[in-house]
Design a protein around this ligand. Structure first.
Ligand code: XIL
Length: 994
């Protein structure tokens, strides 16, 4: 390692500025304009912008913006030769400073950026815009502009009609403009001896080009809060137990963006400054995370794209709470550790490893380091994770989701030394469908296999399931789709499975389905295998047999003819032995045997010819009405004027759909903003829109943890107003009776409760039938009965209304939250509550859809007499710049529409918004674009409905048919009308006046 004396002598900060190798493009800092200059505002009627003195610093000039109209922004001219895509490729970030006038009333606004007429950024929804009365720096990642956009007019600002703010120092920033570019061998020295009250802050953004190695020496009390990027190598000399990556005040929960660091990272212990400490390493943290939902929440991403090697003596520790860390490739040398924080007993951490699809080696120690802590491993990616430590205690278990886990500890040493081995004794090792468990070591944990067990590595070896630490029997559970694969070459060279405990055959699949299929056992022969008659291969031994014996579904090789025998051995254990009974080929050989390796559902959906749909002016509702199906949309009164049918969004909402829901209008905070004082402005506007278009209405939602008014709870969870349980029950009851009562007979159905389940439902694998509620003001301070009560009150307030429960993350069969939802719904039904069905929100991203798992999930509610409907569909583009992004979205929308159309217990499909610019999510998730023009997704959905409708005969359906459906009204000419329709209607064969 080369130290640069000059660098240290100069003082790091000076040199680091000098080393910056690129600069941002300043759009405007207002210094060149006289005070009072009136700024050009795009699209203004009465809004103004003026150059003024900074309210906090009279010598600085800034722009004062006062907005009184929607969608008008100050406009700037860029001084650069770059245009369009070239411009945004070079400068993907827009940064500026914002000062909100303390007198501003509305904290939630939408920020947007345009280049000419092209939108480059828009906030998702209307987020909190930061504290008032202080300058704050805002940075936004821009969408790539189109190549042919030659405009140099940049418009930016807040989309709102009531704002008063100042802006300054607007810059377009390139990816590494603010970074220090490391020179090869450079040392960044932060290795001072600190005390806990004086943390050393590492705040130098570092860019390490390919081929360059940079060295950073941290100290015992340090916080590294700056980003690192590049393809080079980073050596971290970790000074001690309080080296945070992330801010120390947040204990690492707020951490810098290292995702652009794709090179190797090495962590070494650095003992030169502090000679003795709890451990030498890094303390990491992240947002709340739970193992079974790691795709939807956000683990710490510091090392997501790196190969991280922990060298002997170095450690990573999680401090407290439940934390997840995603590491592209993690290698632990012998003597290195991943651990909980040694002084804490509440550090639950999960390491998600393997995303780089490479192999990795864990030779160090993995343990929670304190008895109350938990530690877990989740293997993703195609590679193999080889684990060799013999003192591990992975007490939260290991989930092998993809690739292989090769357990290769020294089993003999574990047996002799009574060691816990590679996995430890406490967690469960779960091998998912499509994943593999192998190796030649010992597994002391309970093992649940849905995938493949293939003992051995490159040799013929034994994989042992044995708890040498406590000498207790272990349990290996084989599920219906699981596979044991035994490789053999001769009667003396073969792999085998040895279970010092019981083998159990389960009848539950990974998707929680019941199956009678026995687990499979396959014998594979080497090309040069040679056997004689009566040669034997011990496939498996165990000390306790599955009920009904080892009745595997046997798959023999093509060569030789084998039979299997189950034997009791002298020590009371059992063996399954394959014996050669003929040297001839196996007459029952199954070619193209299902390998059980890959179960991933096909993610490609058919192309559709939508020429006819693109020319058609028949709206979706015409087909839906003919089919007796409800197709709906969330209308949003605060995003566009829903009382004006000339507004294009309002017109589309009225034209295309049979049913509406208010995106926010019927939520608790909207309808009861202060106690017992109800506001039906928004909700009435939705009802009025529906009645103008003869549409039905869904009510959303009565009891939810979000969007509750502050008088109930400051955050939906805390009981900061000190209500008693009885008071909370009264509050909920009064709310429901008022809101449901007001729309009695007019709202077809209500989402009575919304999102009541916790995201972590991993307990359902071990406790069938269980579910866990999310903490909320209702669940914590009333108890689960708030759900029961809410259903009863809603039913009392409007006995005709259909009642639903609604949630997200419950769409696909096999998900633990999906299973918990099913369990909860069954419980509600078993409690005789008036529940008609459940809603799947379906806030998806392209690539997530699994139609089979969606349909299986919907269908299992049918035998219970329950509907399962799609309540909030939107599909964000995973990769908006991909050329086929919109087509992929269209295909997925079509696939969901087909599931909806072919399942009678799925009568309703609702989209969560009309057009992309009015969505609560980014990345164009809806059927109409920002100009409210139909997208491919619309035409694909249109085609599904059209084709289904074309295949049914015209006319009124039979009374029996209608009776099975939710309330449907027809006029005298047999056309379906909404519940708002006034006149003579026919319902279930009865005619009456409404
Ligand atoms: C969202 C709205 O779309 C946003 O405008 C609002 O800011 C937050 O709520 N699940 C639900 C919906 O049940 O009520 C949420 O709607 C989206 C997630």
């Amino acid at each position: 390692m080369k130290t640069t004396k000059k660098l240290l002598a100069l003082g790091l900060s000076t040199l680091m500025c000098a080393a910056t190798y690129a600069a941002p493009l300043t759009v405007c800092d207002f210094e060149d304009y006289p005070i009072g200059t009136e700024w050009t505002m795009w699209n203004t009627q009465s809004s103004t912008a003026k150059v003024e003195a900074d309210p906090l610093n009279a010598s600085n000039k800034v722009l004062h913006v006062v907005l009184k109209d929607w969608g008008c922004h100050p406009e700037f001219t860029l001084s650069t030769e770059l245009t369009g895509k070239a411009l945004t490729d070079r400068y993907p970030t827009l940064r500026y400073q914002l000062y909100r006038n303390p007198s501003e009333t509305d904290d939630h606004k939408q920020f947007a950026v345009f280049l000419g007429s092209e939108e480059l950024y828009r906030d998702e929804g209307y987020p909190f815009q930061g504290d008032k009365g202080v300058w704050q720096t805002k940075a936004y990642t821009l969408k790539s502009a189109s190549a042919d956009n030659t405009s140099l007019a940049l418009r930016l600002g807040i989309h709102h009609n009531n704002s008063d703010f100042y802006i300054d120092n607007i810059q377009l920033v390139g990816e590494y403009d603010d970074y220090v570019e490391a020179e090869d061998g450079q040392v960044f020295d932060y290795c001072v001896s600190n005390t806990s009250s004086s943390y050393k802050t590492i705040n130098t953004p570092l860019y390490i080009p390919a081929g360059v190695t940079a060295n950073v020496r941290t100290s015992r009390y340090s916080e590294w809060i700056s980003p690192v990027a590049g393809k080079g190598t980073l050596n971290i000399y970790a000074g001690g137990e309080r080296s945070y990556i992330g801010s120390q005040s947040s204990k690492g929960a707020t951490y810098p963006d290292w995702t652009k660091m794709t090179g190797d990272v090495h962590v070494y212990p650095y003992k030169d400054v502090i000679g003795s400490c709890g451990f030498y390493g890094l303390v990491l943290h992240s947002g709340t995370f739970s193992p079974d939902n790691y795709n939807t929440t956000h683990p710490n991403t510091l090392f997501t794209n790196s190969r991280l090697t922990m060298h002997s003596g170095a450690a990573i520790a999680a401090e407290n709470g439940t934390r997840g860390f995603r590491i592209g490739e993690l290698n632990l040398e012998e003597g290195a550790e991943i651990r909980g924080y040694y002084k804490k007993s509440t550090a639950n951490s999960y390491y998600i490893i393997g995303g780089l699809n490479t192999d990795n080696m864990l030779a160090g120690k993995i343990s929670p380091s304190n008895s109350g802590n938990k530690i877990g491993l989740i293997k993703e990616g195609k590679g193999a994770c080889i684990i060799t430590g013999n003192d591990n205690n992975i007490n939260s278990g290991i989930m092998v989701n993809a690739g292989a886990l090769l357990v290769c500890n020294d089993a003999a040493a574990a047996a002799n030394g009574k060691k816990s081995g590679a996995t430890g004794t406490a967690g469960t090792v779960m091998v998912a469908e499509g994943a593999r468990l192998g190796g030649n070591g010992s597994i002391a944990a309970t093992t649940d296999c849905y995938g493949v067990i293939e003992p051995g590595t490159t040799d013929y070896d034994t994989l042992t399931f044995a708890d040498y630490a406590t000498s207790k029997d272990v349990k290996l559970t084989l599920h219906p789709k699981s596979y044991i694969k035994i490789n053999a070459r001769s009667a003396s060279e073969y792999s085998t499975v040895n279970v010092k405990g019981s083998v159990v055959f389960s009848n539950t699949t990974q998707d929680f389905l019941t199956s009678d299929a026995a687990p499979r056992l396959k014998l594979l022969l080497a090309d040069d295998a040679s056997f004689s008659i009566n040669d034997e291969i011990t496939l498996l031994t165990c000390s306790a047999m599955p009920e009904g014996g080892m009745a595997f579904d046997m798959r023999y090789p093509q060569r030789y003819t084998f039979t299997t025998e189950q034997r009791e051995l002298a020590d009371g254990s059992f063996a399954l032995v394959a014996r050669v009974i003929s040297l001839d080929d196996n007459p029952d050989y199954i070619e193209n045997d299902d390998e059980g390796e890959s179960t991933s559902t096909e993610k490609t959906y058919p192309e559709e010819d939508v020429t006819e749909d693109m020319q058609s002016d028949v709206p979706l509702r015409t087909y839906a009405e003919k089919l007796g199906k409800s197709i709906g949309v969330a209308a949003a009164s605060y995003r566009y004027d829903i009382s004006n049918d000339n507004v294009k969004e309002t017109a589309a909402v009225g034209r295309e759909f049979t049913i509406l829901v208010g995106e926010n209008e019927m939520k608790f905070d909207a309808t009861e903003p202060s106690r017992n004082s109800f506001n039906y402005g928004g909700s009435d506007a939705v009802m009025w829109l529906a009645s103008r278009n003869a549409q039905e209405v869904r009510g959303h939602t009565l009891a939810w943890h979000s969007q509750v008014p502050a008088w109930v709870s400051s955050d939906g969870k805390k009981n900061n107003n000190g209500f008693t349980r009885t008071e909370l029950l009264d509050i909920l009851k009064n709310h429901i009776f008022n809101v449901v009562g007001r729309y009695k007979g007019k709202i077809r159905e209500w989402d009575v409760v919304n999102e009541v389940l916790d995201d972590d439902q991993s307990q359902v694998r071990t406790t069938p039938g269980s579910y866990k509620l999310r903490p909320s003001i209702w669940s914590t301070y009333i108890g689960e009965e708030f759900i029961d009560s809410a259903f009863v009150w809603a039913h009392q307030a409007d006995p005709e209304a259909k009642l639903y429960i609604n949630d997200y993350g419950v769409e696909f069969m096999g998900g633990t939250k999906t299973e918990a939802y099913f369990n909860l719904v069954k419980r509600l039904q078993a409690s005789n509550l008036p529940i008609d069905g459940c809603g799947l929100q379906c806030h998806l991203t392209t690539g997530q859809l699994d139609t089979l798992k969606l349909e299986n999930n919907i269908q299992r509610y049918a035998p219970l007499g329950l509907n399962c409907i799609i309540t909030e569909l939107d599909i964000a583009l995973a990769n908006p710049s991909a050329p086929d992004a919109l087509e992929q979205q269209a295909k997925e929308m079509a696939a969901i529409t087909r599931v909806f159309l072919r399942n009678d217990n799925c009568p309703t499909l609702m989209f969560w918004g009309i057009s992309d610019n009015h969505s609560w999510r980014q990345n164009q998730p809806l059927l109409f674009d920002s100009n409210c023009n139909a997208k491919p997704a619309y035409y694909y959905v249109h085609a599904q409905l059209r084709k289904a409708a074309e295949s049914v005969a015209d006319g009124i359906r039979s009374a029996e048919y209608r009776e099975t459906k939710t309330r449907q009204y027809y006029n005298l000419s047999g056309q379906r009308v909404g519940s708002q329709y006034r006149g003579i209607v026919i319902e279930a064969g009865r005619k009456y006046i409404r």
